[in-house]
Design a protein around this ligand. Structure first.
Ligand code: ADP
Ligand code: MG
Length: 703
């Protein structure tokens, strides 16, 4: 039962008039008391300790100062207009600066008064300053009685300038907390669990996260709320998984027959790695159970996911079913089509290809052959999900590179297979960190290929700047003389597409001058080109007719040219870590020593430097994924943006891995003992899950 008080519109709170209510809605999506309550502070200020101005350095970070306001003036004009102040304490003077909201501040600050200032130190010219600090008049009386730890809420320019700055936000929270009784925040975790884990009640934790009386209270509140958030999420995911296992029947693939055996014994060009064997065993077990499989296959770039996919498709064929393999891009679909038809040569297996660009009669033919069952396997893009595509008997759908389906897509796919939905295998392009996998894919079974095929030499990665350009060209020439091929990759992001294209073209020209015809042949590839031209250029490179491929990140996923052994990445600072790793994975696929050269400006931001260092230090995709998560946070990782599941209020997947693992373990234990949550001690959990049934719809996927 939800408390009526918490449901009250935010405008009913004392101190929130219509204008502020609208602002809170627009800026923070706060509509009710409850929404405001769940705006947790992202840090607290210890108001008992003050820094001395003389001790500050560019690395001091967030500091609290106490001093007299000495000077206050508006400088510049137009968009450059800013308010500059000086604060003096008994050790020195520091500059404070505001770029926006200055007019309003000028009227509220007073020279000669003593202020408590809170903000982040940054270096400015040869000195230090603090931009947009919080200012509060120093009040000796208040500072004696006030709590020591004050919450700091994330804010926006608008809120700050319209009377909802951090102090006003605190006042609102005090107001709200005064109204809230324990009955408004009923406990949602079992008492036994709280006792066992020594966690405070929900009521105590929510009060404690806003206005803790001590660091210990704050820590306990945080721990409780993080645990609750992750635990309830895992409980939902695991229940979804259990529920599906119990209710969604699947086609039984109980035989391994002619296709699989013949291919495995006679045609497979290499021996599987132990990891590949293990994963295939896991999948085979799933396929025989009569329950629809939903499995995530994780493996580093080059770990051989394609062969695993192929062998699984053969099992489907052996049981009289068709299989499809879907890729996110046309180029990748083509590559899959080429490599799979080559692998299957002489097996008497019919493989079709379907993407948006297959039109007219060829399209008609593919559709007919799929419907009649003449085609055993089809490889393509999302076009495979469209309505006219009908299968004779689809048994297995494999999606490459982090495809997650929405509800509509899922329904479409399921309709293509009767009477049961197809088994589903999702393959990720690059590894994702454990914590993220557990959350994003927490309702799937997970298989991991944690071993690369034998004989791979680790790729040597180096960092170079423009000053090394000639040497880099020289190195490229040496490699070409050895018969190798080279990629040169430029960033292309949508906002600056034109500029990027210009970069690419200039780069292409520079390389053309340094590597003249006819000795050297160069391919160019970017997203703006016509499909046929792309094919042509890619084809020339694949056949070894060109030695250098100048391209944008269109080559990022999946492309496989084993003779390419050098990857030069331009403007490295503009790429994310997992993208860099993915790009590097395009080389090192043959027997030769391979190289990755990361070109960048001499001057780099801290994050770019860390990314580049990480790339130079390790080739391990899982390690890189972890570093990426730490650097950028889960919200920014590729493929996760749309996922509402990462809207965590307080837990942080980069830091709270241990809590997450623990929470999942406990959720699993509870569901193992009491799958339907019928035991009275689990009544709260059952009530929670029942209340969430509808919420799950928005976050859907093939699973
Ligand atoms: P990814 O996991 O990145 O999709 P691929 O499936 O493209 O990797 O495989 C990368 C390369 O490794 C391919 O050239 C493939 O033929 C080769 N390969 C895969 N498995 C093995 C193996 N067990 N032994 C040797 N080479 C393998
Ligand atoms: Mg692949």
């Amino acid at each position: 039962m939800k408390s009526a008080l918490l449901d009250s519109p935010i405008g009913y709170l004392k101190g929130v008039g219509p204008a502020k209510a609208e602002l809170l809605q627009k800026e923070l999506e706060v509509f009710s008391f409850e929404d405001l309550l769940y705006q947790y502070p992202f840090r607290h200020v210890d108001r008992t300790t003050f820094h001395r101005v003389a001790d500050l350095t560019p690395d001091s970070g967030d500091v609290q100062l106490r001093g007299i306001l000495r000077k206050l003036e508006t400088v510049g004009a137009g968009p450059k207009k800013r308010l500059v102040a000086k604060l003096r304490d008994d050790s020195g003077v520091i500059e404070l600066v505001w770029f926006k909201g200055a007019t309003w501040l000028v009227n509220s600050l007073e020279i000669g008064k003593e202020y408590v200032v809170f903000g982040r130190v940054s270096s400015y010219g040869s000195g230090l300053n603090i931009a947009h600090p919080e200012m509060e008049e120093f009040d000796p009386e208040k500072s004696k009685t006030a709590p020591t730890l004050l919450p700091v809420y994330s804010s926006t320019e608008k809120l700050n300038s319209k009377g909802l700055d951090v102090r006003a936000r605190r006042r609102l929270m005090v107001e709200l907390l005064q109204k809230i009784q324990p009955s408004d925040l009923p406990e949602n975790l079992p008492d036994e669990l709280l006792a066992k884990l020594r966690l405070p009640s929900r009521y105590a934790a929510i009060r404690g996260i806003h206005f803790p009386l001590s660091q210990q209270e704050l820590d306990a509140a945080r721990k409780r709320l993080k645990f609750e958030e992750l635990f309830l999420l895992q409980l939902r995911l695991l229940q979804l998984k259990h529920g599906r296992h119990a209710s969604v029947k699947g086609n039984v693939f109980d035989q391994v027959g002619e296709y699989f055996n013949r291919y495995y014994r006679e045609k497979m060009p290499f021996e599987l790695t132990e990891a590949q064997k293990r994963v295939i065993k896991e999948i085979r077990r799933d396929l025989g159970l009569g329950i629809q499989m939903n499995r995530l296959l994780q493996g580093d770039v080059g770990s051989g996911k394609t062969m695993v996919a192929l062998l699984c498709m053969l099992i489907a064929l052996d049981n009289g079913f068709q299989a499809c393999l879907m890729a996110p891009t046309e180029i990748l679909a083509q590559q899959h089509f080429q490599s799979i038809t080559a692998y299957l040569d002489g097996m008497g297996i019919e493989v079709g290809y379907l993407t948006g660009s297959v039109k007219g009669n060829p399209r008609k033919a593919v559709l007919e052959r799929l419907a009649s069952g003449d085609l055993h396997i089809v490889i393509g893009t999302h076009a495979l999900l469209e309505d006219p595509v009908e299968f004779h008997r689809l048994g297995l759908a494999i999606t490459d590179e982090q495809h997650r389906f929405g509800v509509a897509q899922r329904a479409r796919l399921w309709n293509k297979s009767k009477p049961f939905p197809p088994h589903v295998l999702v393959m990720t392009a690059t590894p994702i960190p454990r914590t993220l996998a557990m959350t994003l894919y927490g309702d799937l079974d997970i298989s991991v290929i944690d071993e690369l095929p034998p004989g791979r030499k680790p790729i040597t990665t180096t960092h170079r700047t423009e000053a090394h350009r000639l040497r880099v060209f020289g190195f490229m020439k040496e490699q070409i003389a050895l018969g190798r091929q080279i990629y040169v990759v430029y960033p292309l992001i949508e906002e600056s597409e034109k500029l990027d294209l210009k970069n690419l073209e200039e780069g292409y020209e520079a390389i053309s001058r340094a590597f003249p015809k006819p000795e050297y042949q160069i391919s160019i590839l970017h997203g703006r080109m016509k499909s046929a031209d792309k094919d042509y250029e890619m084809g020339r490179f694949v056949r070894g007719e060109t030695q250098i491929m100048v391209a944008t990140t269109v080559i990022e996923v999946g492309v496989n040219v084993p003779n390419a052994s050098v990857m030069v990445i331009e403007n490295t600072e503009r790429f994310g870590l997992s993208q860099l790793h993915q790009l590097r994975g395009r080389v090192g696929r043959g027997a030769d020593q391979s190289y990755c050269i990361l070109m960048s400006d001499y001057k780099l931001g801290k994050e770019s430097r860390l990314r580049i260092e990480t790339m130079c230090r390790t080739n391990d995709g899982f390690e890189i994924a972890e570093a990426d998560l730490r650097l950028r946070g889960p919200g920014d990782l590729e493929g996760t943006q749309q996922s509402g599941i990462l809207n965590l209020k307080i837990a942080d997947l980069a830091r709270d891995g241990r809590i997450l693992q623990f929470a999942r373990q406990i959720a699993q234990q509870i569901l193992d003992e009491d799958p339907q949550l019928q035991h009275p001690s689990n009544a709260r959990l059952k009530a929670f899950l029942d209340s969430q049934k509808h919420a799950l719809r928005g976050w859907s996927r093939i699973s």
